[in-house]
Ligand binder design. Sequence first.
Ligand code: ATP
Ligand code: MG
Length: 409
Amino acid sequence: MRNRIILHYGELTLKGCNRHSFVKKLRTNVRNKIKSLDLTWDVVSIHDRMFIEIPIDFTGDIDAIAEKLAEIPGIAWLSKVYWFSVKQYDIFGYKPELDKLDQLIEKLANETYQKGKSFAVRVKRSDKRFVKTSKELEMQLATIILKNTEWKNVNLNHADQYFYVDISSRGMAVHTNRIKAIGGLPVASTGKIMCLLSGGFDSPIAAYLMAKRGCTVDFVHFTASNIQASKLETYKVARIAQRISEFCGKVRLYLVPYTHFDLALMEKNLDYDLILFRRFMARVAQSLAEKNYAQCLVTGDNLGQVASQTMENIVSMTKSIEMPVLRPLLTYNKEEIVTLSRQLGLFDVCVEPYKDCCALISNTPKTKSLHEKLEHIEERFFDYEELIEDTLDEKQVIAFQFGKRIDFE
Ligand code: ATP
Ligand code: MG
């Protein structure tokens, strides 16, 4: 009997002809994640699931590894299983020797015992060569648990603890818990985005949600000053990108100065400084995205959250560039965003104080704007080609893969 981790994909089964390439991408992502944990385990995909064989001599914390695997987009749930291979055990014999299964169920029942709680045994038999029916095996195993352990209550519909036995043509898998994973689609299966990352709560969640739908993610952040190379890694925004990379594999974070825009804006005393600044960010981000083959920009915009995110200002920002801007958080409530931030282990870093671009903006920013009027102002006061070029000339970049810093490619 060996230990295995079984990964179940969520929506991949629905994807028709693309299924093969989706599964391949997911397997690559799982392999890379495993490598990033300094393990050399192989990953095999069979039908609608993937198997990871755990070496017999492994003494590390399998639960901690399973938790990390649950962060890979494209996996709906996973379980740590005890595996009886067909080759080793006579599972499909006339009289299968189930002693080892009986002993294992008893051991698992003892380990998971909770006073006053109920249990159920669930058997799934996808290979009907197995001589007992699912119901018969369920009865047999439940009787062992009732006789030999302290469990007293069976509840077939809503048990507190389940014991699962899945019998397929390759063998028999036994497990006690399903770890819910994030689901969605494998990263690199749907497209590439450039996310405008601020130091707040919203934009990291926007990036996570896009990664969950299979996007490769890069970031751009606008900052006041150049950051010393030695301090780059500990910079708040870099640590946010680092955490996001645990979900989406490789991410690059570009840091670009907004000082050129700031200088151009100074002394002009323009009414629309806030939305002009957002249009500047959109243009620079679009240029960077094009150079990196990203198809869309993504922001953490949230309708009505602050002056920059009134419907009028969102429209004005969108119209300033040709590239589509996706806003996955547009309709979220703040508490929904903060709840996700906590669940994803981002809250502590996002809540740290951070001096952002607000210093640039007047205290009474305009909440309504019109693209045509802004375009007129921009034509008069700014040389955008030069502004974008000067800004991108000073970009810095840092890259992460699954939480570890990597060299920029
Ligand atoms: P967040 O929205 O990320 O929590 P915030 O609330 O401070 O941060 P907003 O003023 O709401 O930022 O900005 C809306 C969106 O604009 C952000 O979600 C982000 O996508 C983008 N943005 C804001 N500031 C920056 C910045 N300095 N660099 C890159 N993108 C930014
Ligand atoms: Mg915001």
